[in-house]
Design a protein around this ligand. Structure first.
Ligand code: NAI
Length: 262
């Protein structure tokens, strides 16, 4: 496994150019799952705009991708701010001429038992993980509808399916995304836009650094495939769902969790 959580000699090659001439927005693409997804989409031939609140990470990633000759840009923004998101969508359409794919990947955790959870902890997670997805989706919809083609992918989570101690805010938002995915599949389907969610299990990124080792070990023993997920595992699911091959799939939540919730 490489430092960035990719499989070194695997399977991106066979997916290459699956997104030729498509333009994708990936929120939270400065690091973790979003960054590997951006790299995967770029290698598959897409133009990519990364939207992230992390200037340093975003600019560093942008430099790496430009050095590889990719068609890519970085918009510094907070997905919870409607105005910034709308301006960024217009900027992407101006620069790339179209918007085909949105991966609503940006997300945060502010964990605490419900008993101790502050309103600020509750609200900040709802603002980013739920309202942010609403703003980004609304901002790109007119561009997709105008061309009669679109793919919108939402980052849900395994914990939306089975709940988790200390994550009332996060689970409420991630379960909300499963419902929203179904609503938008119905609303946007007639315009040629598919909507799907991905529910990753525990994936090796900065986000899970705060989880105690013994809890993670326990999860491993409950995972039939007996390993942690890698960002590339999730990026591969996004790539498939964003591609032409997934044209008749909409409204689903695809688990990428090594069988944790089987
Ligand atoms: P991460 O913490 O490594 O990266 C998240 C990215 O989102 C960062 O680049 C961050 O700067 C950006 N971001 C955060 N708030 C933002 C905002 N308001 N506006 C713009 N950008 C913002 O997270 P990771 O692990 O890569 O997770 C990506 C997504 O997958 C998240 O939605 C997360 O909830 C979800 N997920 C992750 C799992 C895991 O085990 N790592 C499991 C299940 C779901």
């Amino acid at each position: 496994m490489t430092a960035e959580g990719r499989f070194p000699d695997e399977p991106v090659i066979c997916f290459m150019k699956q997104l030729q001439d498509k333009v994708a927005i990936i929120t939270g693409g400065s690091r973790g799952i979003g960054k590997v997804t951006a790299q995967t989409f770029l290698e598959a031939g897409a133009g990519v705009s990364v939207w992230d609140i992390d200037r340093e990470g975003g600019e560093l990633a942008l430099k790496e991708w430009l050095a590889q000759g990719f068609e890519v840009d970085f918009q510094l923004l907070n997905t919870a701010e409607k105005g910034s998101v709308e301006a960024a969508a217009q900027a992407v359409a101006d620069r790339f001429g179209r918007i085909d794919i949105l991966v609503n990947n940006a997300g945060i955790t502010r964990d605490s038992s419900t008993k101790n959870m502050t309103e600020a902890q509750w609200q900040s997670v709802i603002d980013v993980n739920l309202s942010g997805v609403f703003h980004c989706t609304k901002a790109v919809y007119p561009f997709m509808a105008a061309r009669g083609w679109g793919r919108i992918l939402n980052a849900s989570s395994v914990v939306a399916l089975y709940g988790n101690f200390g994550q009332a805010n996060y689970v409420a938002a991630k379960a909300g995304l499963i419902g929203l995915t179904k609503v938008w599949a119905r609303e946007f389907g007639p315009k040629g836009i598919t909507l799907n969610a991905v529910a990753p299990g525990f994936i090796q990124t900065d986000m899970i650094n705060t989880i105690p080792a013994e809890y993670l070990n326990d999860l491993l023993t409950k995972t039939p495939l007996r390993r942690m997920g890698q960002p590339q595992d999730v990026a591969n699911a996004y790539l498939f769902l964003a591609s032409e091959q997934a044209a008749f799939i909409t409204g689903i939540t695809l688990s990428v969790d090594g069988g944790l919730v089987v």
